[in-house]
Design a protein around this ligand. Sequence first.
Ligand code: SF4
Length: 514
Amino acid sequence: IRRLIVVLGDQLDRNGPLLSDVDPRQDAVWMAETVSDPTGGAVHQQRLVLYFAAMRHLRDELRERGVTVHYHAADDADRSATINGPADRLAADLPVLEPDTVVLMEAGDWSVEQGLCDVVTAAQVPLEWHRDRHFLASREAFQDWAKGRKSLTMEYFYRSMRKRHDVLMDGGQPSGGAWNFDKDNRAAFGSAGPGELPAHPVFEPDAITHGVIDMVHQRYGDHPGDAADFNQPVTPDQAQVALDDFIRYRLPAFGTWQDAIWVGEPLLYHARLSTSLNLHLLDPRACLERAEAALAAGDAPLNAVEGFVRQILGWREFIRGVYWLRMPDYADLNALDHQADLPSFFWDGKTDMACVADAMSALLRHGYAHHIQRLMVLGLFAQLYGVHPYAFHEWHMALYLDAADWVSLPNALGMSQFGDGGVVGTKPYCASGAYIDRMSNACAQCRYNPKEAVGETACPFTTFYWDFLDRHEEQLAGNRRLQFQYRNLQRKTDGQRAAIRAQAETLRSRMRGE
Ligand code: SF4
């Protein structure tokens, strides 16, 4: 073998640096299905289907083109090495395959990348290294941008990306005269509800995907979710269908309703393109071009297109930049010293909190919850409750189909749990049940009252909100962006604060199952 090309499960771009110039006469591709499962049997069944089905589609395509693929499937007779990750398996294969060169591309996981590089170095095989061109900003470009800055503000990075890549720009100025239309993008549905919603596309499983679904049922049938509900693109063509469908049917209303929650409707106008983007089945440039074209054609308004562009060109690139800038130490951060385990309803969805039950039912059913359910329901609860931020990240990695280490650590540990103490966001996302009441219809069908912090019908979000501010007063009261919240806390009497503390303690022991 001249070149042994290592293709990880989230590097499935057929035209990227790994696969664009494969020579079937001399090169071979190497792939291994891995089950990273630190939580022990908790990985969502559909997450396994997504990765394995998408990888097997690529494997078969390559074999049809005459390329040799050394492939380790999760249901191979000897699957112990795949459980431990790709590096162990590659280490065992290199002496047998004896390639002249190993080809690797920047990975999406710091420890996987380290492990693979260490294995190749130890085997003394020359390494051909590639930058991941799937992202518009290289790791180095982000480091240059970050150099000398006191704080990393997504908004400034995003503006620099808009200018550099000439996206939504008009003669050096942002299109429409503003960088951001967030104020137009926070509407709630009100009592009338969302009305008729556009259907999301259906991706019927083919024989390969069916085979994986059966295998997951057999081997991982006790994991959360049901493999049979799987409905995600597993090829670039399907990812293109998903993009077309979003641009045509949901982008026009995406901006306005992007923060709204409606019980029983987890998908709403959301794109749900993140699995395809994160497995490299879909190029972010195609997403940007299509959104800009829809704006130019008058098919989608600027607030919607800008909101979508902000996610792809802003947040996504920023989060990845932070990850590579701050790893490996970033994973150990726990700025608020939170130590609690996740309550059991984070795994089975069994709770009488209507908003949490709704978000968990979406997560168990689809391996998905939209960004406000993630951040302002499940993430918010975990933070107010005091869950350990790395445990929250592991939970996020296990249950969400689109989670990858590079995206989950800064989003889950950093932004959502404030574990990084202000690298990604400048303050913790703390809110009471009143926020959820404003953005959703969940409270109207809940046994709790979002306005109450103590008593039988007190909303746990509201109790824990005040308790969170109270617990962290010394550390957070000086944060300029929390002045309003702390002024309100400080208006409470000592007796009121003690009652909130007691209520929080009772709730905590109940949620620990005591
Ligand atoms: Fe959630 Fe509280 Fe509203 Fe119930 S009352 S739905 S727990 S925010």
